[in-house]
Ligand binder design. Sequence first.
Ligand code: 13P
Length: 328
Amino acid sequence: MIDLNQITKQLVAPKKGILAADESLKTMTKRLSSIGVESTLENRSMWRQIMVETEGIENYISGIILYDETLRNPLSNGKMIADILKEKGILVGIKTDEGTYKFNNHEETFTLGLDNLEKKYEEYKKMGAVFAKWRAVYKVGDDLPSKEARVANAIGLTQYALITQRAGLVPIVEPEVLVLEGDHDIETSEEATEEVLEDVFKWLERFNVDFSGMLLKPNMVLAGKESKNQPTIEEIAQKTVKVLKKTVPEEVPGIVFLSGGLSPDEATEYLKKMNEMYKNDLPWQLSYSYGRALQQEGLKAWSGKPENISQAQKVFIERCKKVSEARG
Ligand code: 13P
């Protein structure tokens, strides 16, 4: 019998967190084009290989979320990425959602990917995966997120979590409210995030998803980028933890934030502040599952050039260390 709680505990072990390296083909193409690199399978794999081969990564990273093609294809050295991670004691995760479907006049989305999910897990488990991720996305705006978006995505996340646990993998449930997009203040984000999380946990509970065998991956509570009222770091920490305390059951072992477009320094500082202010009063661990905030600096340092690899790895591991230290 697979002990899901044990896997969650390993993922949020002290000083460690998750690296999200599960960019879809489209997103990875965007990331590579930002550094002037063509999006070939070889280049996409190479960046991921550079990260996993960084010496000492296992001191800060407990698990890595991968995209299907990275798990399925050998790296340039002929090795499978799952084997490298296994040698380093890093757990293998897999993104299982298949993007979003637009509704409400193209204003909102729900997430696709439930078809054949059970079958896909049989293969992913054979390839070494022990945890999974599914992302739902919500916009903030006048009357958004709508009740329809909240219910559709809460049910989608619940079905995914249920199927994932039955298959013997830990689900990371990721309801991402796009709090940075727009000119709203932090209170608007607070309300939207609270409503979204309330619905998510209501449905997870109704379907008897085992809270002790899952992780939540939420956004932090922030003002929109264009807002004139930018909050202090203390306000961000205070409001984010307040919403989580209201909505997340104590049995959930950990909360692993997404970075959602924050700079590496912002994502690091905000997590650090939350742990400084609240760590000893919380039932769950506050950790990270960052994509851009962990990768951005290293990716830029690499810029697709073999002669930059060791500098890129240096920059990448420095950021991993700083984020790890933000766990307190
Ligand atoms: P970011 O940290 O770049 O938001 O990515 C996290 C993630 O996994 C989004 O689904």
